[in-house]
Design a protein around this ligand. Structure first.
Ligand code: GLN
Ligand code: ZN
Length: 775
């Protein structure tokens, strides 16, 4: 008998109950007991919901108060010294201190680092390992939650992050020794926990090993083998769960692990089923991830069933588990919370709850024959057919434009020529100063926007208010002496949503929240159809700002790759093609901005790097289409129009080679925090275009001094020529307060002027001391 199973359920609650409970607790308005009870309510509701949907292997310990990787570190006793020594903290306080840092007036203890969970928009806390830590079973969370569900009459399958993935995601706090060295220390802890779970009544445990889909060395492969030789016999039957990709070269390793079952992601890696069936040992079952846990579309049940049936024929139905491709953490909880979505789109979607219905339907079909669930299959088929033939998914004009894209639409004149034309058109000084786009989103601004959205403030009143803020921002920038101004992005709540709302092909949910980190949730737009831009989106604000000043005002746009990355993207077209449609829409906007007199335009691509495939073999292809999309978006303007782009991450050595091919006139990037380390990248690739390495860390409330900024500029000039260097903050200023922004920007302008003066008067001296290139 096949088994309907799940790998993990969203933990934030259908109405973001966890977010509220956490924020109340952090603000000191509720007790730890109240937080614990709110968390228990969410878990109970999740278990009952899954049981009600007919799921037989229901996960436990998939819940977390902040992050499951942090939970794993705590479970193993891997608590960094700076938190462990705080003996006045109780366990809950220490846990949140690790996640969020501590500051009690006199001292501050920095939080542990946070980074992206594979290629998702979820962020995990990076464990810090240290040989001084004595690893031991330091928390009973997995056992407690198993018992908690058991008391409700539900026998769950506890989920743990597996030891090898845990180690690979962790960092060695003190030495450069690979974290794999800690394997012998963590394995006994896992063994004890598995034995205790078994004693508590757990027949199965799920050990998540998503790192099995990454590139592995042979040493790493051997470590999987030896680790699971121990864990496979520790008590419960072990399911090793892999997801987010094809196992590729690691398939043989995974199939040779002495465990009861292996989970394969057949959405990202459909091709691995056949070889897996061919090589699987008799003792192993397969959990098949046939329902997409990363996206919101209703499944093709026929195709899913065909795969399951293929496996059942080869193995016998009792060795097949039916599952989503990965944990459902990455999709919203329930489509039933979206009554306002139009009927057509509603019929095409499936959130976590609906996905588990699909799992249950498929399991029944596999077990008892498709005729027993004919109605569900018919309905799914009709929905797909409606989607396939809807005018929404197929706009002839958009497809025609795509077909008409030519190579020369991606070309501008060589940078050297553009540079001359732009110098003439803009007459900027050496080391021009600018900002990245947004100015503070104040409480007042948010209040007025909410009132406008709720209908308490008219469009007219709202626009008048926004114009007054733009006026203030322009006045400030002129007064501070910035060279290229911005309007401040006051009308934007979110850099993707703002554009998505004005493009065709986008839809927005009311409650479609997914966890980004801790209590922070995002509501990604859904790209459901062909994308086009019916009207100009930013021209009115940009030209209004430009009318207030004789300095150039920079038009601000979000790039195609970033819009793609931060949305749920339709699965009936290649991502590459959706990206091209977005690029055409942005290109239209640049052309209109230029025609309206805007001479500088920035296309933000903060998400360009995070779209890199998990495996190096996919990088080239991704970079090719991502960069081409940017070029398509940015090459529709005249050569005298200056095109900027902005990216905010400091580690981008791995995409350095493609920066030159992006060919933006000016590239601004985050770097204040890393002390300009990334400049070496520019030296290495001999980057010629202009660069604005951020000199003001916008993630900190601290106001930098002019001297500190001068020092950063000095370092930049060791690698870049003065003609190449721009002066700007790391990123947008929307999260900062005006009281911080004003002195910081003034310091930035002062520093730029000082350094500028040295170089303007020192042409001869400079020729003598040509910039030394590092690397
Ligand atoms: N222009 C955007 C801003 O200033 C850029 C945001 C980003 O890079 N994430 O807010
Ligand atoms: Zn940024």
């Amino acid at each position: 008998m096949s088994i309907a199973s799940n790998l993990g359920f969203p933990r934030i609650g259908p109405d973001r109950e966890l977010k509220r409970a956490l924020e109340e607790y952090w603000a000191g308005r509720s007790s730890a007991a109240e937080l614990a009870s709110a968390a228990a309510d969410i878990r109970r509701a999740n278990w009952h919901r899954q049981a009600g949907l007919g799921i037989e292997h229901i996960p436990s310990n998939d819940f977390s108060l902040y992050d499951h990787v942090l939970d794993t570190a705590v479970m193993l006793g891997a608590v960094p010294q700076r938190f462990a020594q705080r003996t006045t903290l109780d366990d809950v306080q220490r846990y949140f201190a690790m996640a969020r840092g501590l500051s009690d007036g006199r001292t501050t203890v920095p939080a542990m680092e946070m980074t992206k969970w594979f290629d998702t928009n979820y962020h995990y806390i990076v464990p810090e390992l240290d040989a001084a830590q004595e690893l031991h079973p330091a928390s009973t969370k997995p056992i407690d939650e198993f018992e908690e569900a058991k008391a409700l009459g539900i026998t769950t399958r506890p989920v743990l992050l597996g030891p090898l993935s845990f180690l690979r995601l962790a960092k060695n706090h003190r030495t450069a020794q690979p974290t794999l060295a800690f394997l012998d220390a963590v394995l006994p802890v896992y063994e004890q926990l598995l034995a205790r779970l078994h004693a508590a009544g757990a027949a199965w445990v799920q050990l998540d090993e998503p790192c099995l889909v990454l590139d592995l060395t042979s040493e790493q492969r051997r470590a999987y083998q030896s680790a699971y030789e121990r864990l496979g016999t520790a008590g419960p039957r072990v399911l090793v769960a892999t997801y987010f990709g094809d196992l590729g070269k690691n398939l043989a390793t995974a199939l040779s692990l002495p465990v009861a079952a292996l989970h394969l992601d057949l959405v990202r890696g459909p091709g691995q089923l056949a070889p897996a069936l061919h090589r699987i040992p008799d003792s192993m079952s397969l959990s098949l991830g046939v329902i997409d846990g990363r996206n919101v579309w209703r499944a093709d049940l026929d195709a899913a069933l065909a795969r399951l049936a293929q496996a059942a024929r080869a193995l016998g139905g009792e060795r097949v588990l039916v599952a989503p491709s990965c944990s459902l953490l990455h999709v919203p909880v329930d489509l039933a919370s979206e009554p306002a979505l139009d009927d057509e789109l509603h019929g095409w979607l499936a959130f976590a709850t609906q996905k588990l219905e699909e799992v249950a339907t498929l399991t029944t079909a596999l077990r008892d024959g498709p005729s027993t669930v004919r109605a569900q299959f018919d309905e799914a088929r009709r929905a797909r057919e409606r989607r396939r033939t809807s005018p929404r998914t197929h706009d002839h004009a958009v497809r025609e434009r795509e077909r008409a894209i030519t190579e020369d639409m991606l070309q501008r004149a060589p940078y050297g020529e553009r540079r001359e034309l732009q110098a003439e058109a803009l007459a900027l000084p050496l080391l021009p100063t600018t900002t990245i786009g947004s100015f503070p989103q104040t409480a007042e601004l948010r209040r007025v926007r909410a009132a406008f959205r709720a209908g308490h403030v008219t469009r007219n009143e709202y626009d008048t208010f926004l114009r007054s803020r733009i006026q203030q921002a322009i006045r400030f920038q002129e007064d501070a002496g910035l060279d290229v101004l911005v309007h401040g992005e006051f009308e934007r709540n979110d850099m993707v949503e703002y554009f998505g709302e004005q493009l065709t092909g986008f839809a927005f949910t009311q409650h479609g929240w997914v966890q980004s980190y801790g209590s922070r949730c995002v509501k990604p737009p859904i790209i459901s159809g062909d994308v086009s831009r019916p009207h100009p989106m930013t021209v009115a604000w940009a030209t209004f700002a430009q009318s207030l000043t004789s300095k150039p005002v920079k038009g601000m746009l979000t790039g195609p790759v970033t819009m793609l990355q931060w949305s749920f993207v339709r699965d009936d077209l290649p991502r590459e093609e959706v990206c091209r449609q977005l690029a055409l829409a942005i290109r239209d906007e640049t052309v209109d901005l230029e025609a309206a007199g805007i001479r500088v335009i920035q296309i933000d691509e903060p998400a360009l790097r995070e779209g890199l495939p998990l495996r190096a073999q996919g990088w080239r292809n991704y970079l090719r289409w991502a960069v081409n999309a940017f070029r398509l978006a940015s090459s529709g303007v005249a050569d005298r129009t200056q095109m900027h782009t902005h990216m905010c991450y400091s580690a981008f050595d791995d995409i350095a080679d493609m920066l030159a091919y992006l060919d933006a006139d000016v590239l601004s990037i985050e770097s204040a925090r890393s002390g300009m380390e990334l400049l070496e990248t520019f030296a290495r690739v001999d980057y010629q275009n202009a660069v604005g390495p951020g000199v003001y860390d916008v993630h900190s409330p601290a106001v930098p001094s002019a001297q500190a900024i001068e020092a950063l500029l000095g370092r930049a000039l060791e690698v870049l020529t003065p003609e190449q260097l721009w002066v700007n903050p790391d990123c947008g200023l929307k999260t900062r307060r005006w009281e911080e922004v004003q002195p910081a920007i003034r310091a930035m302008v002062t520093a730029a002027r000082t350094v500028r003066a040295q170089h303007e008067h020192g042409t001869v001296a400079r020729a003598a001391a040509a910039p030394t290139r590092v690397g």
